[in-house]
Write a protein that binds this ligand. Structure first.
Ligand code: DC
Length: 218
């Protein structure tokens, strides 16, 4: 029965590390960013503005969402759609509303309570969602490496044919810088290094190396 919280900025390698650590522990992984992304996508499709907290909160309460290897929103597989530029552009604003967070944090805690274990990744997992996690990790990497990883993620998500131009690393660097500033500077549950969290810099390190380190801390 092990609960691990992994927080950090975009592109730090949270998903890859969380997946590998969960596998080694034999537990499930929850990507909470995917939950905020799914809500942002649902809002875009209904033309609900990103600053309309009341309508977003109603939508958050009513959406049926499963987040596992695939992300399923109201019976539709939206795993690729939630990684689109349209979602990137609004998700930080959507995620900053207290009423939205109240609902999604409740769902995240319920997910852990049902299983009694898991690796949960996001921005406020150690600070707000699961402050009593067995291990709290703040995973980071230098901005250029984070942008390179995110650019690769974008290409994979869009499944562009080989040889065609993917996301531009410079543009991605700028976009993740904007989102990081927003996620860190917001008044509700900002991205912080939580009390008791171990800071791990993934720059230039292999996934196995990082997972070995985290394993040793459990
Ligand atoms: O990790 P990501 O890029 O998929 O996250 C998408 C957005 O959701 C990002 O702007 C931060 C926000 N987020 C959050 O506020 N709290 C979380 N626990 C996870 C993500």
């Amino acid at each position: 029965m092990t609960v691990v919280a992994i927080d950090g900025p975009g592109g730090a390698g949270k998903s890859t590390v969380a997946r590998a650590l969960a596998e080694r522990l034999g537990v499930e992984r929850l990507d909470t960013g995917a939950m905020y992304r799914a809500l942002a996508l649902a809002a875009l499709r209904r033309s609900i503005p990103a600053d309309d907290e009341a309508r977003l909160a109603v939508l958050a309460r009513s959406m049926r969402l499963q987040v596992g290897d695939r992300v399923v929103l109201d019976d539709e597989d939206v795993s690729a759609a939630i990684r689109g530029e349209d979602v990137d552009a609004v998700v930080s604003v959507v995620a900053a509303h207290p009423l939205v967070r109240e609902e999604l944090v409740a769902r995240q805690r319920a997910w852990v309570a049902e299983r009694g274990s898991g690796v949960v990744e996001g921005r406020d997992i150690a600070s707000v969602v699961l402050p009593c996690a067995d291990l709290k990790v703040y995973l980071t990497a230098d901005p250029a490496e984070r942008a390179r990883r995110r650019a690769t993620d974008c290409r994979a998500a869009a499944a562009r044919p080989a040889g065609t131009r993917g996301a531009d690393v410079g543009e991605v660097l700028e976009a993740i810088g904007r989102r990081d500033a927003f996620d860190t500077g917001r008044s509700v549950s900002p991205l912080v290094v939580a009390d008791g969290a171990v800071v791990v810099d993934s720059t230039g390190r292999s996934v196995d190396d990082i997972v070995d380190e985290l394993w040793g801390l459990l």
